[in-house]
Write a protein that binds this ligand. Sequence first.
Ligand code: FAD
Length: 394
Amino acid sequence: MSTAVDVLIIGAGAAGLHCAATAAARGHSVVVIDHAKQAGKKILISGGGRCNFTNMYTSPENFLSQNPHFCKSALSRYTQWDFIALVQKHGIAYHEKTLGQLFCDESAKDIVRMLMDECDAAGARVQLRTEVLDVAYSDGRYQVKTSSGLVSAHKLVVACGGLSMPKLGATPLGYQLAEQFGHSIIPVRAGLVPFTLHDTDKEHYAELSGLAVDVVAENDRASFKEAMLFTHRGLSGPAMLQISSYWLPGEPLSVNLRPAADTYADLTELRQQRPRVGLRTVIQEWFPKRLALALCEQQGWPDKKLADCNNTLLSEVAETLQQWRIKPNGTEGYRTAEVTLGGVNTDEVSSKTMESKLQPGLFFIGEVLDVTGWLGGYNFQWAWSSGYACGQSV
Ligand code: FAD
């Protein structure tokens, strides 16, 4: 079977579906192909099944890219408010959870249904269970050999995402196609991903699995005030996922375990007010008991009355609690990462249209590009904005 269309989109994920509806609404014949059995698989499991579909405070500062200016044009032409208007048009109930993060009240299925309805209404066809076997370009058209036959298209949109979560269908096809047409790839790595710890640290903190504390996690490039979660493999929770995108192997992290406090001032004041109370007791008043004990044991802090603690000891305790240094062993990698950092070099792509500057009629949208958002709905917003910019220009 052979089909000829104006626009062929590879990837029925967030970016591909939104692009398809936008392009088809402009009168183009559009086909989206995907090797998965279901469209929008990541959307379906995102946000714990409720999809954190955008963030009210989206701005270019919430994105990582070798070219931080690249995302600006698309984000400003299709904003979080445009997507919220679409969600409202479809009668999908939603709420703000925290920090501007918008989630469906009911289910992420509502977002996939909305995108599929938009594709249907505009006449874009979504063809699942279709493998891409070969892509060639001749006489101004893309000839894409698939497991369901040949598709010939005037424009080819690469929307097949990054490498995170291979069990959900992630493959390197997008990067391979980019390289085939002469593009360079900014080295990829897992982002928004839990940390694993070295065995000695794991032993110390293993019993804390499931415990969460509000912290500031930082390095010299970024700082996030959110919750940190101890897991049986290491450290997770929003603060750790966020800082993981700014972390390089071998680097330590600094975690402020009492972000709202001046711990040295608190300790010296307590020494005056409650001199007979033990140092370990005070630490247990500040943290869940399991964490307090683990910290005291690991740091070797004595079980002394505050009156017997000199300024040097109190200053050491304060410094450790406000700048707890931990050196991760690594991350859990693409298996659990929410996103892939790096990707198609944005210097070789138009920020207005998402079209390749090297190859006519070839477009890249969504996560396959070297644009990665923070945790909190920013990655979907990038998928919607870049998908729209492309859909408007193909
Ligand atoms: P994808 O949505 O990944 O779509 C790519 C599509 O291409 C897939 O359907 C895939 O099957 C298809 N494909 C891949 N390879 C091939 C191939 N070889 N042949 C054919 N088809 C192929 N972001 C948020 O903003 N909010 C959240 O709440 C959120 N939660 C997340 C939770 C999890 C568990 C994960 C993994 C990610 C989450 N993200 C979230 C990130 C977000 O899902 C992605 O950034 C976004 O889906 C990227 O959109 P995309 O269209 O570029 O790629």
